[in-house]
Ligand binder design. Structure first.
Ligand code: G6P
Length: 605
């Protein structure tokens, strides 16, 4: 999705902007551009394609002390150089980069054209550059405010002006924007990754807030020009976290980080004395935790599947009715918000627009919502009533792997905490804690089987279409497995409840349609094996993701994962499916870290 970077200070802005754009690449984009204020005029350079294409097109001596840059993911208008940001006012004086969508752009455009303006792009953003240039306000802040008063929609803007060459003015409403504080220099970005090499001292802007950024510092204020005195906070992020190191791809690096990241996540949160999890960030007393009669989980994509797994864990361990719904559907159906329900928003980025809107909908109607979020200080984390940080570290690959594992573990801890203030016995609590502690070592065991998984994956990649089946605990695993596979291999991968196979999709099974079957060793093993037999009887190939003791000596190809507690097994069963997808994409020669058409965090509707 779109990314913003900006610089003002004593250095040449160009290499800093370019480095920032390279770090934003992972979010997914189709074109990129920068604008720098040089002594004579604003220099704007834009290109369709990768950031390196833009870099190759820059004049060698390009320099300036103030500049803005952008990676675009097309929403209004096709992928062309004209539609790439930055966008300028007709006289070239104002340059703007924008994330988000201006809802009334068409109307504004028509009235500006009626007033004599000519447009050079089809974007909603260009309207804003025109409006700012038309303002009679003497300062850039006033001109930006004039423009904002006419637009509706979501945005993060960064604006530069030849008349005020010492500053960048930024504004936020619904799209993330962060200021980075340096030594006599300042940075602007939509994502921490773009700042990490320069500073760890940051200011998160809130919706409705603006800021003026100069080499000497920053000022934040509201649309009513009231100062909002904000203190910078320090973020715990390391350059190594957002670099490949020795790994071939971020996806593989992140998969292999899991044993260590999971250990870090669990540290200090498991309470042996009471057999429970300590989740202080929830801001809920045991009494309040006991009061909830229902749990509703909201998330999108992989987070939604982790939510399904989580709802099941909550029902199993806490015996509270729980379910998960795609936040993107929930927000549009005028949902009934129950006063005694606990709503849980789950998101890696904390910026997914659909999930953020769902959170607002719950809160507007008086519901209580907590977040399971990875990115500290993100929109969803800040808007929830409390939450559990996932501590997976930055996730760069578009396909979520470690963050998904951390979400599932976050749900296990939440389920444990909810269970222990209800009927879950201390010995069951201790059993789950021991299971959680075993996860890092068991994940490492699974990862050690990479060569075998790679071999199997190359075989599956040859099939144009495949099923992933599982039931009850195994169904969210199958859904996530299919999601991962289709995201990076572009193969049609469909998840189905193993129990439903015979009610329709069995018609599709033949030699050419392989099935990945999730078959844990639990009370449903025999039922799952019946589904496997139904597939095999139609000459369908099966790959079983299973435990030792199941299908031993059957000749059915297997990936065997270590056994944990039955409630926690789905967390481990998901891990080989990450490697399966990764190696299928590699076998097909695809760009694993940046799959086509996808964005890391979808900050527009
Ligand atoms: C996008 C990504 C998915 C991700 C989903 C939710 O659609 O392509 O991989 O699962 O957003 O992202 P979140 O940051 O809210 O977990």
């Amino acid at each position: 999705m779109c990314g913003i970077v900006g610089y003002v200070g004593g250095q040449n802005a160009v290499p800093i902007l370019m480095e920032g754009l390279f770090r934003l690449e992972y979010r997914g984009y189709d074109s990129a551009g920068i604008a720098v204020l040089s002594p004579k005029a604003t220099q704007v350079h834009r290109r369709v394609g990768r950031v390196r294409d833009l870099e190759g097109a820059l004049p060698r001596r390009l320099s300036g002390k103030v500049g803005i840059g952008h990676t675009r993911w097309a929403t209004h208008g096709p992928v062309t150089q004209e539609n790439a940001h930055p966008h300028a006012s007709p006289d070239g004086r104002i340059s703007v980069v924008h994330n988000g969508i201006i809802d009334n752009a068409m109307d504004l455009r028509e009235s500006l054209i009626a007033g004599g303006d000519a447009f050079s792009s089809e974007t909603d953003t260009e309207v804003v550059a025109h409006l700012i240039a038309r303002s009679l306000a003497p300062d850039l802040e006033g001109a930006v405010l004039d423009a904002l008063s006419r637009i509706s929609g979501t945005y993060a803007f960064a604006v530069i002006d030849e008349r005020h060459p010492d500053r960048i003015v930024v504004a936020r409403n619904g799209s993330p924007l962060i200021l980075g504080v340096g030594d006599r220099e300042m940075f602007v970005a939509s994502d921490l990754a773009a700042l990490v090499r320069h500073t760890t001292s940051v200011v998160h802007l809130d919706d409705g807030e603006l800021a003026t950024v100069t080499a000497g510092g920053f000022r934040t204020f509201t649309r009513e020009l009231q100062d909002t005195a904000k203190e910078p906070t320090s973020v715990d992020l390391d350059v190594a976290d957002v670099e490949l190191g020795g790994s071939a791809h971020f996806m593989r690096k992140e998969i292999f980080e899991q044993p260590r990241s999971v250990e870090r996540m669990l540290r200090g949160r498991l309470d042996d004395r009471f057999g429970t999890a300590r989740l202080d960030g929830l801001n809920l007393t045991p009494r309040e935790l006991r009061g909830f009669r229902r749990v509703k989980v909201l998330g999108c994509g992989s987070a939604y599947y982790a939510g399904q797994l989580g709802a099941q864990l909550i029902e199993e361990l806490a015996r509270i009715p729980a379910d998960a719904e795609a936040a993107s559907e929930f927000r549009y159906r005028d949902p009934v918000i129950e006063p005694d329900a606990l709503y849980v928003a789950v998101s890696q980025s904390g910026e997914t627009a659909d999930t953020a809107f769902a959170v607002r909908e719950v809160r507007r109607k008086g519901g209580h919502v907590v977040g399971l979020v990875n990115v500290v200080g993100s929109t969803i984390a800040r808007e929830c009533d409390g939450g559990v940080y996932l501590h997976a570290g930055p996730e760069i690959a578009v396909a979520s792997t470690k963050a998904l594992t951390h979400m599932s573990i976050g749900f296990a801890m939440l389920a444990l905490a909810l269970g222990r203030v209800r009927d879950l016995s201390i010995s069951d609590g201790e059993r789950i804690i021991a299971g959680l502690r075993a996860l890092p070592g068991q994940i490492a065991e699974i990862l050690a089987a990479e060569p075998h998984i790679a071999e199997v994956a190359a075989g599956l990649a040859a099939a144009p279409s495949l099923f992933f089946i599982g039931r009850v605990r195994g169904f969210p695993v199958a859904r996530e497995g299919a999601q991962k596979f289709k995201e990076v291999s572009y193969r049609h991968a469909e998840a189905y409840q193993a129990s439903e196979l015979k009610h329709g999709p069995l018609a599709l099974i033949d030699k050419a349609m392989p099935t990945v079957a999730i078959v844990p060793r639990d009370e449903l093993t025999d039922r799952n094996l019946a589904a496997v037999a139904q597939v095999a009887a139609r000459e369908g190939e099966v790959l079983a993701i299973t435990h030792a003791g199941v299908l031993d000596g059957s000749g059915v190809p297997r990936i065997v994962v270590p056994k944990n507690e039955p409630e926690l097994d789905p967390i481990l069963l998901t891990v080989p499916l990450q490697l399966l997808a990764y190696h299928a994409a590699l076998a097909l020669g695809l760009d694993v870290d940046k799959p086509r058409n996808l964005a890391k965090s979808v900050t527009v509707e």
